[in-house]
Design a protein. Structure first.
Length: 263
């Protein structure tokens, strides 16, 4: 396996309080806020700080607006998205009027054959980026309706397949999940950052795969994994670097620790 065939992941860097290494508007990731509960204000603010372009997918704007009800209301104007986009069937009128009055771009795509996630990703893809790789942080959830959760995972692999330079990170209520492609993948810093617990899973939700791992409590070699057969769930990180060789895309998911315990 050559260096060119290795993909490196540092999931903890988006949760750091300081700037990302080499932070600039040209290489920062984008932020996509879905119409799902925002579980942690602290996680949200750190993701926001590290991103350059922020878009709400339709009713995601409601979630953003409502997060600042009560004692956080004075902070609402400090977190204005760049755009709100979708078929707008979920966007409340009061939320639309508020953000539009402050210069937020609100646009409608009436297409009922695509989801608001897909519509938002089209908007993100149309914005220029100078870096060779575009990263998008997705603020969403896998809780609630099972069909929507599985649909989101489906759309992640679809978008990355359409654009090989795209990397998506899903920040759900308790985990960070991302796709490992059919190559040699290195996930670093999960122990030293203290932003994560040791709990991890490698899920072949996109089809059967053969994987080889190191850095986990239960490592495997040339191990066939398939839904309905055998999968690596409830595994544990034991080394600073986790290496996963796979012949097909798999979903890697790791549990977040509470930020208050990550100091």
């Amino acid at each position: 396996m050559t260096v060119a065939e290795t993909r490196s992941f540092y999931p903890g860097r988006f949760l750091d309080e300081g700037d990302l290494p080499g932070d600039s508007d040209h290489i920062r990731p984008d932020l996509l806020i879905l119409n799902q509960p925002i579980a942690s204000f602290d996680v949200f603010t750190r993701l926001w700080r590290h991103t350059r372009y922020r878009i709400c997918a339709d009713g995601g704007a409601n979630r953003l607006y409502d997060m600042f009800n009560g004692e956080l209301e004075a902070l609402r104007t400090e977190f204005l998205p760049d755009s709100i986009h979708g078929d707008l069937d979920s966007l409340r009128n009061d939320v639309r009027d508020y953000y539009a009055s402050l210069g937020v771009h609100v646009s409608k795509d009436p297409d009922q054959m695509s989801t608001d996630f897909g519509k938002a990703m089209q908007t993100i893809s149309s914005t220029p980026v100078a870096a060779p790789q575009r990263e998008v942080l997705i603020l969403g959830t896998l809780a609630g309706r099972v069909d929507q959760g599985l649909g989101l995972l489906h759309e992640m692999i679809r978008e990355e397949t359409r654009d090989p330079s795209l990397r998506l990170w899903l920040f759900s209520e308790s985990s960070v999940s991302f796709i490992l492609r059919d190559t040699h993948n290195i996930i670093s810093g999960t122990l030293s950052s203290r932003y994560f617990t040791s709990n991890v899973g490698i899920l072949p939700i996109y089809g059967p795969a053969v994987i080889r791992t190191s850095g986990l409590e239960w490592d495997v070699k040339e191990w066939a994994t398939q839904m309905g057969h055998q999968v690596s769930t409830s595994n544990h990180v034991v080394e600073e670097e986790v290496r996963v060789q796979t012949d097909m895309p798999v979903l890697f998911t790791i549990e977040r620790a509470a930020l208050g315990t990550a100091s």
